[in-house]
Design a protein around this ligand. Structure first.
Ligand code: SF4
Ligand code: SF4
Length: 391
């Protein structure tokens, strides 16, 4: 009997979002609810060892529980990424699925978070939701933070809050792609942002948790990323990892400039699309992709696959930290080169994916684009939520 290889999947259940984040314009480009992934399509997904449910804001879907129930039939572990606004919906779902992971994006301390996310009381709501989940006894809950110039000083203070609450703390930095409907994201003051990552790396290395030591490596990789350097580990997206969008299109990842499609699960079987010519063409593109993203979705599988590299880094740095040494961002040659004037800010900017003249294709279907002709994305989603609340 041939054992089927389990995959790592991300399910984008909707492109609708109620937040107004400064680093992501997805809220301006929502999917039409009638076109979003059905349970029938979700049943066709392959066995997975890990599934991330994301959006947009996944809790905008009132049938999210049904989706999670269906996904648990084929996935060993599920984590939902959310902006944490729909507290009641999150708590209700957690009651039925206490084993589910919940990551709430909090972009800094109260004022910073609210300024970046553009949600009224966003911080209080997110924090309160996390606290409630913790009090309910949920184990797999945590913060997610996208680090940028505006919130970098809050990085370590926020980590400490999450640590005191016994929660996971996931970090990211700015990326540009069709998925974020954004091409102008860029870190301006790299040494300042890197310094805060350096402090976080040292906090993580000081802990007693091996998981946190590997997180330290991930954050070390974020310093490398914001300086526009080659990824520390190969990117194998689309080989044993996939994303599926609200229209059933299966993609390698969410980091590409334009949407790359391997096939469509509404109209094809999984085996048919996964083994198709189109899927092979996308894999060939991934092999020479130069976007060098460093997001947990593509790095976590790589850290498992090429474990010797992060493991060696962890071993040497933990050892040094035990004997009182500190991790320094200047271990990265590019950081030294910039400090010493061997490379200019303009040269580093040119290494990033930021493109001020880019015309972004947001990956919406023609039908979803049509609804934007006479209404904005914000109006459409606000009306959706108001209608849900009237029921
Ligand atoms: S980052 Fe997330 S919460 Fe913010 S606008 Fe984009 S999809 Fe919405
Ligand atoms: S580096 Fe990997 S995750 Fe980023 S766009 Fe390329 S293939 Fe996707």
């Amino acid at each position: 009997m041939v054992m089927e290889r389990k995959l790592n999947g991300t399910v984008i259940v909707t492109y609708r979002c109620n937040a107004r984040c400064t680093m992501c314009n997805r809220y301006k480009a929502p999917s039409k609810s009638e076109e979003e992934l059905t349970l029938e399509t979700i049943r066709k997904l392959p066995p997975m060892y890990f599934t991330n449910i994301t959006g947009g804001e996944p809790f905008i879907r009132t049938d999210l529980k049904d989706i999670v129930r269906e996904l648990y039939k084929k996935s060993d572990r599920i984590v939902i990424s959310t902006n944490g606004f729909f507290t009641e919906r999150i708590v209700e779902l957690a009651k039925e699925f206490p084993q589910v992971g919940i990551r709430i994006s909090i972009e800094g301390l109260e004022d910073t978070n609210n300024a970046i996310r553009g949600l009224e009381n966003g911080y209080q709501r997110g924090y309160q939701t996390l606290k409630t989940l913790r009090e309910m006894g949920m184990k797999d809950v945590g913060f997610g933070m996208t680090v940028q110039d505006k919130n970098a000083p809050d990085l370590v203070p926020l980590y400490r809050i999450s640590d005191e609450m016994g929660m996971e703390f996931a970090t990211a930095s700015l990326h540009n792609s069709f998925y974020f409907v954004e091409a102008k994201n860029i870190i301006h003051d790299r040494p300042m942002v890197a310094k805060h990552f350096e402090d976080l790396v040292n906090e993580l290395l000081r802990s007693r948790s091996p998981k946190k030591w590997f997180r330290a490596y991930f954050n070390h990789g974020l310093i490398n990323y914001i300086y526009g350097q080659k990824r520390l580990l190969p990117c194998d997206m689309s080989f044993d990892t996939f994303f599926i969008d609200p229209y059933g299109d299966v993609m390698p990842c969410n980091g590409t400039k334009e949407k790359e499609v391997m096939g469509n699960l509404n109209t094809q079987s999984w085996d048919e699309l996964w083994n198709s010519k189109e899927a092979e063409q996308v894999r060939a593109k991934v092999r020479c992709c130069d976007r060098d993203c460093w997001m947990i979705g593509s790095v976590s599988p790589a850290m498992h696959k090429y474990i010797w590299k992060p493991a060696w880094w962890v071993f040497t740095h933990k050892l040094r930290s035990i004997f009182g040494g500190r991790y320094s961002m200047y271990e990265n040659k590019i950081v030294r080169d910039y400090r010493d004037g061997r490379v200019s800010k303009e040269e580093l900017d040119a290494c990033s994916t930021c493109d001020m003249n880019c015309v972004i294709d947001n990956g919406l279907s023609e039908q979803s684009k049509t609804q934007l002709v006479d209404r904005s994305g914000e109006e459409i989603v606000d009306a959706d939520i108001a209608a849900q609340e009237r029921i």
